[in-house]
Design a protein around this ligand. Structure first.
Ligand code: 13P
Ligand code: SF4
Length: 300
């Protein structure tokens, strides 16, 4: 299947992008594997005619917004991110009325509709940098409450960050008890966490960063054991980079079912039949693209 996908990809001048949470088989046949920010940049830079995006719908949508002339296909159109919908238009309007200088900062894990209502997008790898670069004092951070709280803490005294109540169902299931239990079993292990985790987990962490930052940290670090507080798909790359290191995941194992819909069979099928195309309505696309473009500019 992997060989057949690679041949088809060449024939159709397609590029396959995969997030680290996609199944290992999808990561194996992808041209680029990365975190949300890296993949958005790769989509933008690509000269392929077709992008097959092995991620969830907000990632495919962002690729389509950044590359309106390309065909963007998703291996399964049902692969969605629950958090991407967790903010309300009413709350945004209410806060815009309340604060003259409000900037709505939208985590890229969001629908195009929410992006269109925002001033700038961020990802977990550039949120602190971008929010601190904004001229606005008052910030409404949507949809993720936990990444928002992390940015708020990093920029304490500099920005007034108003939090929303969205969350990632996978990362919020990671508890401080499960991390402490692993710490007891592996006292030498360093704790690496994604900022979508709850504050109580981040407090126990030695390093906080995006999926790519976690992978880079583990590779460069001199330790031998790590407790990894993010989705289990990162294990594939962690083990490739550091086969002699041990990685432990909290229990229950953090697994994003939607990401796992990106199977090689689905990748082959959509590329072969050119189905599951991502479409974003023209007017919405224009408005949702602006905060994404601003992110790429400020994130440089
Ligand atoms: P990254 O931006 O770190 O890849 O995170 C994406 C994501 O969906 C985390 O749950
Ligand atoms: Fe969304 Fe969480 Fe899955 Fe990431 S891990 S895609 S935030 S549900």
């Amino acid at each position: 299947m992997i060989k057949a996908c690679k041949e088809l990809k060449r024939k159709k001048n397609a590029v396959i992008l995969a997030h680290y949470y996609a199944p290992a088989e999808a990561q194996k046949l992808a041209d680029h594997v990365g975190d949300s920010f890296y993949l958005a940049k790769m989509a933008r830079q690509s000269d392929a005619d077709i992008i097959v995006f092995c991620g969830v719908s907000f990632m495919g949508e962002s690729a389509k917004l950044l590359c309106p002339d390309k065909k963007v296909l998703m291996p399964d159109l049902g692969a969605d991110c629950a958090m991407a919908h967790m903010a309300s238009e009413e709350k945004i309007s209410e806060l815009r009325r309340q604060y003259d200088d409000l900037a709505v900062v939208c985590y890229i894990n969001s629908t195009a509709r929410l992006k269109a209502l925002s001033d700038v997008c961020v990802t977990s790898s550039n949120a602190v940098k971008i929010v601190s670069a904004l001229p606005n004092k008052n910030i409404f951070f949507i949809p993720d409450a936990h990444l928002g709280a992390y940015v708020k803490e990093q920029l304490a005294g500099k920005k007034n960050i108003i939090l929303n109540d969205g969350y990632c169902p996978v990362h919020t299931k990671i508890s401080k008890e499960s991390v402490s239990e692993l710490k007891q079993k592996h006292p030498e292990a360093r704790v690496l966490a994604h900022p979508e985790c709850k504050g109580e987990v981040l407090e126990l962490s030695d390093f906080i960063g995006s999926t790519l930052d976690i992978i880079k940290f583990a590779k460069a670090d001199t330790g031998k054991e790590y407790i990894v507080c993010t989705e289990v798909g990162v294990e594939y790359k962690l083990k490739i980079d550091s086969p002699d290191k041990s990685f432990f995941f909290p229990s229950p194992c953090p697994c994003c079912g939607d990401m796992k819909l990106n199977t090689p069979e689905n990748i082959y099928k959509v590329l072969d039949l050119e189905i599951n195309e991502v479409e974003v309505d023209g007017d919405l696309a224009k408005r949702a693209m602006l905060p994404l473009e601003r992110m790429l500019e400020l994130g440089k």
